[in-house]
Ligand binder design. Sequence first.
Ligand code: NAD
Length: 462
Amino acid sequence: MTTLTAPTSVADLLRRQRAYWATGATRDLAFRLERLKALRAAIVKYQADIIDAARQDLGRPDFEGYFEVGVISELDYVIKHVHRWVMPRKVSLPLNQLPGSAWVQPEPLGVALIIGPWNYPFQLMISPLMGAIAAGNCAMLKPSELAPATSSVLAKLVADTFDPAHVALVEGGVDIAQALLAEKFDHIFFTGGARVGKIVMQAAAQHLTPVTLELGGKSPCIVDADVNLEVAARRIMWGKFLNAGQTCVAPDYLLVDERIKDDLVTALQQRLKDCYGDNPAQSPDYSRIVNERQFDRLVGLLGQGNVLAGGEHDRGDRYIAPTLIDGIGWDDPIMQEEIFGPILPILTYRDLGEAIAAINQRPKPLALYLFTRDRRVQAQVLEQTTAGSVGINDVILQIVVWDMPFGGVGSSGIGGYHGRYSFDTFSHLKSVLKKPFWMDLDWRYPPYGDKVKLFQKFIGLS
Ligand code: NAD
């Protein structure tokens, strides 16, 4: 039995995990690999249920449901490389430390807590989980209660695959999350919004528990005049409207060189028709808003600016049409919060420097996108802005390159993960210095006499 609801059970479960971790079983590389492969087999076994749950929770088309199952490609990468990541990382010593040797030895942290969001509710639990297992930890999972079908599939999959003393899943909402957060874990990995991120960090501070916070924010997308408009429109519209805009790294708004704005809008409107037909409500390829609360929040944002496409909505169906708007200023409400839905404001700029300054006045984004062929513009934007990650001439795909860390900066998050970075996130990188007995120079021992000159040399003063 791994799915629990009573807060008292959380403490019991944690005691069992601590006891299991103390046996050292999770440290064995063969065990880690075997468990990762078992996780892979479970994802394959449950793939139809995962896709079905994504349809129930978010109205996802099957193709986009496979984005959840697609986490398996990262799992394969981890399975292939983890034997190298566990090895001590040799470090060369400065002359004054010789003879000797030094290395960084990764070691597991203990028991990790992983709390997830509703928007990619399966993959955003499994992706950190594989890092926790690969690094030799036990893990406790708390998926989002707002994607209940996926939460239920995750609970079954975990119960079917893992000894709860190693990996357990606790279903539930805020109460359960808070009961978990009251306990002492060795790492907390949280994906969600900044408001809850602060609550998580506060709770972690009580136990001095390290945190990874994968948060959100407004991710700008700059479109320079020197672009292939058709291709730019295809990529932007895909990234914005998949999962009905409920993607943390979706372009939040466009900042377009005013000289190409009209042409870009025409290309974007055409793409909407090409992708979703004349009535996206009828399209089998368009998702729904997760719940009525989010629906009402998004409809509340629709009253601003001029609608260039879309704007229709139906509360009963939790449907909001893919919507393009212009006539928006930086001070409008829609520019004050992460949109996290299928509404794309189109702002323009005349001077790239001003556009960059406007971005820099706002919280540091999770992702920043730039469409341009001009290498000087690419260099300028890279140099003068900051963001968790950057896509040049494409969107979203930068987060599925397993050799790069995925995470935010500033208020879009703390820490990063994926592939090797997940392994490091769930590890302590222990520094080890080893000396032999056969030589023991006298320079550092009292009486110091006139050794100060020698020491000055050692530290590079003379
Ligand atoms: P959320 O912060 O509302 O909820 C996330 C988790 O926190 C859920 O499991 C929820 O049960 C729990 N929770 C909610 N209130 C809590 C409380 N008071 N105390 C303790 N736990 C609590 O986030 P969400 O609405 O599920 O997700 C949307 C946000 O997540 C967006 O801001 C989005 O950008 C962000 N996000 C970020 C990433 C990323 O990888 N950086 C990925 C997906 C989503």
